[in-house]
Design a protein around this ligand. Structure first.
Ligand code: UDX
Length: 478
């Protein structure tokens, strides 16, 4: 077959974590729908998890142009790859995986008669070192950032914040306003910056680590463009700031919803999407079916957050005492104690209004008519999923972008309450009552409005819709 007549062949390399892999798989589907050939590169560890619990193979069987490849992340299989040990994964990807990635690109292993050689690489931007490897072999790279633009903008401003003496800070005046982030004046405080800006000892190794790797996070000039899983409706003003550094921005999110809209016009032979790395417990949907409309608070802290036993007990009592109905995801590895030491059974009286699972079909849960609020760690995917379904949030951010995201939810978008830096049963109880009862009408109104704006971006004529068309056209011309 004349290779020139074949569609573009895109190699996609996500950061091997639940959130980014989920988002990139949605992007892969969107590109497959445009007729592209995709080679999707997963680490062995993530691939094994997905094989156990997701339906990735049956879902992607529907796309003849999709192919999976695997690569080692360089860590032993029993490494936790979460909580305090997450940095090991980043270091190993940079040092060990990159050598294997270069081999893969140059070995010819990705070539076949049925595909063109790789025409373009789409890689997670915080693996900026991948760009060196790809550019060395003469291919264009497009970066993807799967976290929020507001957090990305904070990263861009870190040198300015250091120069002005605003970071690092010791954490004893966390309500102090931050002045050196254009576009965030007046509402961003010390406590809304990523955790590594707080320090106890100088020089601080955590902050130093981020600063040393900052060029990898903010560097755009060697890439053809930058894809962001967000939309003008959500982050328009901040996107305008980022634009000055990355002129070729493709804001095409929220990706999960964008895909849903694109599939509306397709024959529905696809099995439902399930990209989880834990087994989804579908019994929670049956439980939700029997609950009154908008009565349930969904509680989940994503795929990486880890809490202490004391924090867990505060949530336990706060939720039970709030009197609200709740569906709580307690991931098997999410509490830093022996699982036998924590209560997982609800007592008589509470068992009727509470339900606990190890992992939920989150998008389906948030879309369920019985769900009226989301207690979340403010991971970017969770935030987008909640925004699209018009579900108000209580935020308890854990790390990285989540502190910034939760400030946007609480103060900028007015979609809920930000509980950061507190973990106290009395405050949890009060906050749940405020969201689910006292101020529910106010939050639901703004959540409905934001959902409408976010969805409009995905329709013909909307910004995310147009940006995806431009991305497809640009890749075709490579
Ligand atoms: C974290 C960050 O917060 C995120 O912003 C960053 O880009 C990567 O690291 P994570 O903890 O995985 O990510 O949170 P989030 O981005 O919210 O992603 C979690 C994903 O898991 C969501 O897509 C959610 O739908 C899914 N999920 C979560 C389930 O399917 N079931 C569950 O029970 C819980």
């Amino acid at each position: 077959m004349d290779q020139e007549t074949l569609p573009p062949h895109v190699l996609m390399f996500p950061l091997p974590l639940q959130g980014p892999v989920n988002a990139m798989l949605k992007l892969a589907e969107l590109l497959c729908l445009s007729g592209f050939h995709i080679t999707f590169l997963l680490t062995d560890h993530i691939h094994t998890q997905l094989l156990k619990y997701s339906n990735i193979h049956s879902r992607f069987n529907a796309y003849p142009g999709f192919r999976l490849e695997t690569i080692s992340d360089g860590l032993p299989e029993n490494h936790p790859r979460s909580g305090a040990e997450l940095m090991d994964l980043f270091n190993s990807l940079k040092i060990k995986t990159m050598i294997l990635f270069k081999d893969l690109l140059t070995s010819g292993k990705l070539n076949s008669d049925l595909r063109r050689p790789v025409t373009c690489v789409i890689a997670e931007g915080c693996m900026g070192y991948a760009c060196d490897v790809v550019n060395d072999v003469g291919l264009p790279v497009i970066y993807v950032r799967t976290f929020s633009a507001c957090c990305l903008w904070v990263f861009f401003c870190l040198p300015k914040l250091i120069e002005s003496g605003e970071i690092p800070f010791m954490g004893n005046d966390l309500d102090r306003q931050i002045k050196s982030i254009p576009g965030m004046e007046g509402f961003i405080r010390q406590r809304d910056l990523p955790m590594f800006c707080r320090t106890r000892n100088l020089p601080d190794p955590d902050l130093n680590h981020y600063l040393q790797n900052l060029p990898e996070i903010t560097e755009c000039s060697r890439a053809h463009g930058l894809i962001l899983n967000t939309s003008d409706a959500l982050e328009g003003p901040i996107l305008a700031q980022i634009h000055a550094f990355c002129p070729n921005l493709y804001t095409i999110g929220p990706l999960h919803s964008h895909l849903k809209y694109k599939l509306l016009g397709q024959p529905s032979s696809l099995p439902p999407s399930s990209n989880g790395m834990w087994k989804e417990d579908m019994s929670c949907i049956t439980w939700l079916d029997s609950q009154p409309p908008k009565s349930v608070l969904y509680v989940s802290f994503g795929s990486l957050a880890v809490m202490t036993k004391d924090q867990y007990m505060e949530f336990w009592h706060g939720l039970v005492n709030s009197g609200s109905r709740f569906l709580w995801v307690i991931r098997p590895d999410s509490v830093t104690t022996d699982p036998t030491e924590i209560p997982l059974e609800l007592s008589k009286g509470t068992e009727e209004r509470g339900y606990i699972v190890g992992w939920a079909p989150q998008v389906e849960v948030l879309a369920h008519r019985a769900v009226g609020g989301f207690l979340t760690h403010s991971g970017w995917n969770s935030t987008l999923e909640s925004v699209i379904e018009g579900v108000p949030m209580i935020c308890w951010p854990y790390f990285f972008d989540q502190q910034v995201n939760s400030r946007y939810v609480g103060e900028v978008w007015k979609l809920g309450l930000d509980m950061k830096d507190t973990c106290d049963r009395v405050i949890i109880e009060k906050t749940v009552r405020e969201l689910m009862e006292d101020r529910k009408d106010e939050f639901r109104k703004s959540a409905d409005e934001m959902a409408k704006f976010a969805k409009e971006c995905l329709m013909e004529g909307g910004s995310s819709y147009a940006n995806l068309e431009r991305l497809v056209k640009d890749i075709k011309s490579m």
